[in-house]
Every structure is written in structure tokens, then in C-alpha cells.
Design a protein around this ligand. Structure first.
Ligand code: DP6
Length: 323
């Protein structure tokens, strides 16, 4: 009744922002992402009949909102297994939690993998993705490795690996500009954007074309084409955020300094582009030879607290020797 899983966060190059259906947490659009193998979440799930209710320790701390989201996923796993036993969930990240580094994606991918493992369930990938999605819309992408496409089909999401980590060894440099949790969660921010941003409809309408362009760029290993669409899509999402009322301004001065520097480096011939999620951290995606220089340059910018390096990584998996 116990299993331990490891999963990595992911960063979307063609992003989703907004829900199609709130019940079931179905994203409004598809997305295309990279899995960051250098950052990890490890989660253990122990079903224990002596517990009265689920307990969730995230980096050693408990909070009711996280526990409610985790219990919603565990309920579906328990339903599949035909049991009602409460669980103790312990999850640790080796990177800052809740600050725009997709800790919820790796967290829920690890949770459903460990939960299904502890219950001895062998669910189809599709079902596991649906259960992970309930926790976080971007979590199904962390179930697979490398470059992952998430598409909505009817009322469900389907994930597909477009390139394995070894197929296109991209490197990601993360410039951390704040260490605390973000002020507004993605879920609340998205609902607010749907209701108030005059750009939201255009974001959704133009999204399928961005996704196709990104997909073709990855399939052709065309770095300049991927750079162009990823930066455009990222800035378009932030235009929606900025025009939300009240505005969602996730950037710090250091975020903006990184964006300018990355564009400058690319103009000088360095193969690098940026993307930023619902937080102030900047992810610089590089061709392999460029990552050392990019990390050194970003690390020297004022306001950059820390630089993390990551290759592409594997999908969520059970840890063999769970003690
Ligand atoms: C900006 O998947 O974290 O990172 O399901 O509401 O928790 P919830 O949202 P979440 O949103 C991710 C938004 C994004 C873009 C992306 O990863 O595609």
C-alpha cells in the first residue's frame, strides 16, 4: 500500500491559459512542453487504514487547499481500486515550490504515479492523465518525457511524446528572480483573464496555429523557428495576463532584464530563446553548446538570485527501491 514516484516539472513553449470546462479542469487549448530533468519532485503515497482522513505534507508543510486538490485525485484512484482507505502523502521538491517553476505539474504527475503504484493499479495512460489533470492542467505533460504535446479531444486530454530527451538534447537555464510563492495562483488568474481580458478571445482563437507551428519546428529540429513561436506565444499569454482586471503582472525588473539579455544574445548568434510562465522566473532554452555561456551571463544580471541548469528529462516513474 506504499509507493514512491519521481517526476520533473515541465515548461510550455506553446502554453495554455484558461479552461474550456471548469469541472474536470479541462484546458481551453492544447500545449507543447519540455520536461526539465534537472529539477525533481519525489512523492510517497501510503494508504493507511489507521488514518481518519488524507494527510498531505508538501516540503514538510500541510495546507488545506493542497490537501483538497490531492484528495480529489486520490478519490478517483480509490474509486478505480474499489477502496476507501485514507492516505499519507509526502512530497519534496529540490527546487523553489509554487514560484512559477511548475511544481504543481511535477507534484501531481508524481502523486498519481505513486498513488496508482501503491494501489497496484495498471491504468491506461489516458486515464492517469485525466486524474493528474484534475490536480493541475499541466501535470499530464510531466507523465511523459522529452518534448510533449497535450491536445484536447472531445472532453479529454491526450498527451504524446514528440521527441525523447535523447532525440534533441536541448538545455534549459532557469533564472530565479524571487524565491517566495507567487501572489496569484494560475487557476485564479486564468478565471480572471477569461472574464476580463479583452485579448482572451484572440488568444484562444490564434492558439491552434501557434501549436501547429511549434510542432513542425520540433519535428524539423528547427531551433530558430521554435524560438520565434515560443517567444511570441509567451508574450501573447503575458499580454492577456497584463490586460486582466486586476492585472496579473508576474514579472520583476530582473525578469525583464533577462528577456532583453536573451534577445541580445540571440542577435549575437547564441542559440537561445526565453519563456516565462505565471511567475517571475525566466527559462532560457538553449542548444547544447550554448548553456554554459547563457547561465554565466544571466547569473551576473542584477536581481537574478540563482541559476538552475537542466537537460530534458524522463516522464514520471516509480522509484524501484522505495524504503
Ligand atoms: C502559465 O496547470 O498550473 O504554466 O491546473 O489551474 O493549477 P491549474 O493550472 P496550471 O497552469 C499552467 C499555466 C502556465 C502555462 C502552461 O504550463 O501551459
Amino acid at each position: 500500500m506504499r509507493a514512491v514516484a519521481i517526476a520533473h516539472p515541465n515548461v510550455a513553449l506553446v502554453k495554455y491559459w484558461g479552461k474550456r470546462v471548469r469541472a474536470g479542469n479541462l484546458p481551453a487549448t492544447g500545449s507543447l512542453s519540455l520536461v526539465l530533468g534537472g529539477l525533481s519532485t519525489e512523492t510517497s503515497v501510503t494508504f493507511d487504514p489507521s488514518l481518519r482522513h488524507d494527510r498531505v505534507l508538501l516540503d514538510g508543510r500541510e495546507d488545506p487547499e493542497t490537501t483538497a486538490r490531492v484528495s480529489a485525485c486520490l478519490d478517483l484512484l480509490r474509486q478505480e481500486a474499489g477502496v476507501s482507505t485514507p492516505a499519507l502523502v509526502e512530497s519534496r521538491n529540490d527546487f523553489p515550490t509554487g514560484a512559477g517553476l511548475a511544481s504543481s505539474a511535477s507534484g501531481f504527475a508524481a502523486l498519481v504515479t505513486a498513488g496508482a503504484g501503491a494501489l497496484g493499479l495498471h491504468l491506461p495512460a489516458q486515464r492517469l492523465a485525466e486524474i493528474a489533470r484534475l490536480g493541475s492542467g499541466s501535470a499530464p505533460r510531466s507523465l511523459l518525457g522529452g518534448v510533449v504535446l497535450l491536445r484536447n479531444r472531445e472532453a479529454t486530454t491526450v498527451c504524446e511524446q514528440i521527441a525523447a530527451a535523447a532525440d534533441w538534447p536541448l538545455q534549459i537555464v532557469v533564472a530565479v528572480t524571487t524565491s517566495g510563492p507567487k501572489a496569484i495562483s494560475s487557476r485564479i488568474g486564468m478565471a480572471r483573464s477569461e472574464q476580463t481580458s479583452p485579448f482572451y478571445a484572440a488568444w484562444v482563437e490564434t492558439h491552434a496555429a501557434d501549436l501547429d507551428t511549434g510542432l513542425v519546428a520540433v519535428r524539423n529540429r528547427d531551433f530558430p523557428a521554435l524560438a520565434a513561436i515560443a517567444e511570441h506565444n509567451c508574450l501573447k499569454m503575458h499580454a492577456v495576463m497584463l490586460t486582466t482586471r486586476p492585472p496579473l503582472l508576474y514579472w520583476t525588473p530582473a525578469t525583464l532584464a533577462c528577456l532583453h539579455k536573451i534577445q541580445e544574445l540571440r542577435q549575437d548568434g547564441v542559440p537561445v530563446f526565453f519563456t516565462v510562465d505565471a511567475g517571475p522566473q525566466v527559462k532560457a532554452v538553449c542548444l547544447p553548446g550554448a548553456a554554459d555561456d547563457v547561465a554565466a551571463v544571466l547569473g551576473r544580471l542584477p536581481g537574478v538570485l540563482q541559476v538552475l541548469r537542466s537537460p530534458l528529462g524522463e516522464g514520471a516513474r516509480l522509484r524501484a527501491n522505495a524504503d
